[in-house]
Write a protein that binds this ligand. Structure first.
Ligand SMILES: [Mg+2]
Length: 379
């Protein structure tokens, strides 16, 4: 979809954010509780819906953009697509997990987020871990039946295998430290107000069965807090501060596992790419931050790429899909966070239309309404 990149202006910062307005990097604006409360009091249903839909669109569009480039190296992507992928592409023949998929189709990232959203809505805001596990097992069986090789990730598969063998939901996620929790957490961010304790508790409830470790909960809390802040109408700086606070708190939950601190690496990765041209930033993110399934690589990578153009989710998604490695997930996380700030206006209309045409069963507006009803109830 090379024509879709055309002229597309990023969305200007909204004064309602309460933050300073322009991108100043993490830590530039100390967040005050009073300001959060004042902003939440000003939440409007229409504004929240717009931004929640933007988050879900960013998740799905980033995922679909990265579908054909996932698992490739940055060099391979530059050779095939140039330094910045221009739009939806079909999977190349012989792709190890996406072969046969058509341009604009979403992958496990979006499909598992939809499952989590549906379980969350059905439970009135509570996650039944056995129901979530059952839905994920059914989803994978359906994927296999469709001939897909894009199946459960390592942490989720290990946990569900243990659960099916009679394991306890309190222990099945004790070694799950990869990025599956963060990749599907966007619905929790939409359904929860940007309060650190509330975010981390909701993330833990949604992730315990598969990813009950300090690193996975830190990464998922960061993404959820950023999305939640965007939906609330906060600005970029405030959203990043909320994400760092949630990552720090999330790292104190679950079973401790060895690995670098997610909050510290998010802050470092944002600083690393500050002032760089987009292509140079992508190169550096792949080489130094890392783009693997490891939460402490892919989540900071998503934050670093988002920081380059905080209110341009279409460009952010394309950067994510161009970085290589687990880049459908990186683009999905970065797209969700950026989309929550900008709303659907952050994407070209033809891209949204093409996403819908390629995924006819995907009801993102319906999910946004259901999730926001939970957010309203939580207030
Ligand atoms: Mg995927």
């Amino acid at each position: 979809m090379s024509g879709a990149s055309g002229r597309h202006e990023p969305i200007p910062e909204e004064p309602v954010s309460g933050a300073s307005g322009r991108h100043e990097g993490a830590g530039a604006v100390p967040l005050k509780h009073e300001r959060i409360s004042a902003t939440l009091a000003g939440e409007t249903a229409a504004g929240c819906f717009t931004r929640a839909l933007g988050a879900l669109l960013g998740l799905a569009i980033g995922d679909a953009l990265g579908m054909p480039t996932q698992l490739l190296s940055r060099d391979q992507i530059v050779e095939a697509h140039g330094p910045l992928i221009s739009g939806f592409e079909p999977a190349p023949p012989g792709h190890p997990i996406a072969a046969g998929m058509t341009a604009g189709q979403v992958t496990d990232d979006t499909e598992q987020a939809v499952i989590l959203a549906e379980v969350l809505i059905a439970g009135g805001g509570a996650i039944d871990p056995r129901e979530l596990a059952a839905r994920l097992v059914t989803w994978e069986a359906d994927m296999r039946a469709r001939g897909s090789l894009d199946l459960l990730g390592p942490s989720t598969r290990r946990a569900l295998t243990e659960l099916l063998a009679g394991g306890d939901v309190e222990t099945t996620g004790r070694s799950g430290d990869t990025n599956g929790a963060a990749m599907r957490i966007t619905p929790v961010g939409i359904a929860t107000v940007p309060d650190t304790a509330a975010i981390v508790a909701a993330v833990e409830a949604a992730s315990r069965v598969t990813h009950n470790t300090s690193i996975a909960l830190a990464g998922a809390s960061a993404v959820a807090a950023a999305v939640s802040s965007g939906v609330a109408g906060l600005g970029y700086d405030a959203a990043v501060e909320q994400a760092l606070a949630a990552a720090t708190s999330g790292a104190e939950r679950g079973r401790w596992v060895a690995g670098a601190d997610v909050a510290s690496r998010i802050r470092w990765a944002i600083g690393l790419v500050a002032g760089l041209a987009d292509a140079d930033a992508c190169d550096l993110v792949q080489r130094l931050v890392g783009t693997s399934l490891a939460t402490q690589e892919s989540v900071p990578a998503a934050f670093a790429l988002w920081s380059l153009h905080p209110r341009d989710p279409w460009l952010t998604c394309r950067l994510g899909a161009s970085v290589g490695g687990d880049c459908d997930t990186i683009a999905a996380m970065a797209g969700a966070m950026s989309g929550a700030l900008a709303g659907p206006a952050g994407f070209p209309a033809e891209v949204i239309a093409r996403l819908g045409a390629a995924n006819p069963g995907l009801d993102l507006p319906g999910l946004a309404v259901g999730l926001l009803a939970l957010r309203g109830a939580a207030r």
